[in-house]
Design a protein around this ligand. Structure first.
Ligand SMILES: [Zn+2]
Ligand SMILES: [Zn+2]
Length: 306
């Protein structure tokens, strides 16, 4: 297992007894991120037996209450836990919200808990939010009633040596050092390029898209995803979904899913359901009927390992 993510909430707008406001707890390589932080996220984190303290970065999609109302409380808890640093990314206005939620309202000591905030523009092309040696986080603007962005976590591609080739040539440690540093090495006076000895393997990709109506930007961000979490607020109320800038299962099935398959998206997890659906049986039946084998319906506290 390289990582894991846990879906903490699956309700749109108003939480229900069964469904909490949205948040996803994402763990990879010793780090933990939170995507969105709706009301009740703190309790869900505890029920899922996850750690507050490990949260290093919080990525907020937009400033509608269902996605951010848990943030002030979580910041207070991080302060209580003597956490000294957290990064928050979000659409323009997130800085003001964090300021309100710390120094201006709740007396959270930002000397003890340093909060670094970055406002991300809702772009029409994929935008790099941050890059490290091992992963990058990307974003793109969505089609919602307010500024809204989707996020992708992408493990950097890795070079895989062709073992047989390496063995045949008898490469030694100093050759690998040169290949790493310079991209080539020499053997018996002959220059060997790194790409001749293997190939790059695409890394793991996780994509989180909510809230949005249909937009081509979904595909730009989701291409090649191992897991795509996608909003699906309504079932077949297509006109209403368009008016309030959300997706319906019907729009997903007819206009989005076929394209995702063509883009190599492996698994789709639908979430952000309206409270008008007491249960999700209609969605379940439709998935079965149309044989959408890699489509899942998110439930609160559902975890996926990868
Ligand atoms: Zn929402
Ligand atoms: Zn919204």
């Amino acid at each position: 297992m390289r990582g894991r993510f846990t879906i903490l909430g699956t309700s749109s707008a108003i939480p229900t007894k069964e469904r909490n406001h949205p948040a996803v707890y994402f763990q990879w390589g010793g780090e933990a991120f939170l995507f969105d932080c709706g009301e009740g996220t703190q309790r869900q984190i505890q029920i899922a037996e996850l750690s507050f303290y490990k949260i290093d970065k919080i990525f907020v999609t937009h400033l509608h209450g269902d996605h951010v109302l848990g943030l002030p409380g979580l910041l207070q808890t991080l302060d209580f836990h003597d956490k000294d640093y957290v990064e928050i990314y979000g659409t323009p206005g997130i800085g003001e919200l964090v300021e309100l939620s710390t120094t201006r309202c709740f007396y959270i000591n930002t000397e003890d808990l340093k909060v670094a905030v970055r406002e991300i523009p809702p772009t029409e092309e994929v935008y790099t939010v941050l890059e490290t040696d091992t992963y990058r986080v990307l974003s793109i603007g969505l089609n919602h009633t307010v500024d809204c962005i989707g996020y992708a976590f992408e493990e950097r591609e890795k070079f895989k040596y062709d073992r047989q080739k390496v063995k045949r040539l008898g490469l030694k440690a100093h050759h690998f050092k040169e290949l790493k540093e310079r991209g080539y090495t020499t053997l018996d006076g002959k220059r060997i390029e790194k790409h001749q000895l293997g190939k790059f393997k695409r890394g793991f990709k996780f994509v989180y898209i909510t809230d949005t109506y249909y937009t081509e930007n979904i595909f730009k961000l989701a291409e090649g995803a191992d897991y795509l979490i996608l909003e699906c607020t309504y079932f077949d109320e297509d006109e209403y979904a368009e008016a309030v800038k959300h997706l319906s299962f019907n729009i997903f099935r007819t206009r989005i899913y076929p394209k995702l398959l063509g883009l190599g998206v492996k698994n789709v997890i639908l979430t952000h359901f309206s409270r008008r659906y007491k249960d999700l049986s209609k969605f379940e039946e439709a998935i079965r009927e149309h044989k959408m084998e890699n489509v899942y319906l998110a439930r609160d506290l559902m975890g996926f390992e990868f």
